[in-house]
Design a protein around this ligand. Structure first.
Ligand code: URA
Length: 198
């Protein structure tokens, strides 16, 4: 089965099997979207209002800012894959609870195993803390992280500030843009290392 079909079947399975309590209040699930063969997967927090309405991740203000940043490094949404740690909108866009992240975790891990990206980029601390429990985003943002995590297709991770948090905060916005622009260089480095491993 090719990756796109496999992803469709993973999403279909979790639409019914996911035990997340947010199902009760959200309009619909918001699965990941983009290129199933992407070298980079971005992981956000949870769907917001626009995403809950449309069933597509990052289509609101944060998504527009993300598209701009992708453009700044010569990439388009079709080049990447984007998903969230939590697949249902939390009421009033509150932070997702640990049990909601846990309930959606196997869904996320199956997506990642299927796509097998070379680099996983966290958008915000909720995505980062799922994989790096004790780290602080204010300290590790913009640094290429290498850690072997069981079940993960790549040991390479990058934590960025969340575009929604940075959108209206001048200095955080500058930092996010600077960190984002490092992505092509990091990807080249990773590809070089993957080649050496063969
Ligand atoms: N913020 C997120 O973290 N995810 C989305 O899909 C939209 C906004």
């Amino acid at each position: 089965m090719e990756k796109g079909q496999l992803l469709d079947s993973i999403n279909k399975k979790w639409f019914t099997e996911c035990k997340c309590q947010l199902k009760k209040t959200a309009t619909r699930p918001v699965p990941g979207a983009g290129n199933p063969s992407a070298e980079i997967v971005f992981i956000g927090e949870a769907p917001g209002k626009s995403e809950d309405e449309q069933g597509i991740p990052f289509v609101g203000a944060a998504g527009k800012f993300l598209n701009e940043m992708l453009g700044a490094i010569g990439m388009k949404r079709e080049d990447i894959y984007i998903t969230n740690v939590v697949k249902y909108r939390p009421p009033n866009n509150r932070d997702p609870l640990p049990e909601e992240i846990t309930a959606c975790a196997d869904w996320l891990h199956e997506e990642l195993a299927c796509i097998a990206p070379k680099l996983i980029v966290f958008l915000g601390r909720h995505a980062m803390n799922h994989f790096f429990l004790t780290e602080k985003i204010s300290i590790i943002h913009g640094k290429l992280l290498k850690k072997k995590i069981t079940g993960m297709p790549t040991p390479y991770f990058l934590a960025l500030y969340h575009p929604a948090a940075a959108l209206y905060n001048g200095s955080m916005r500058e930092t996010l843009l600077d960190d984002f622009k490092k992505i092509p260089r990091f990807l080249e480095k990773i590809k070089g290392e993957f080649k050496n491993d063969i």
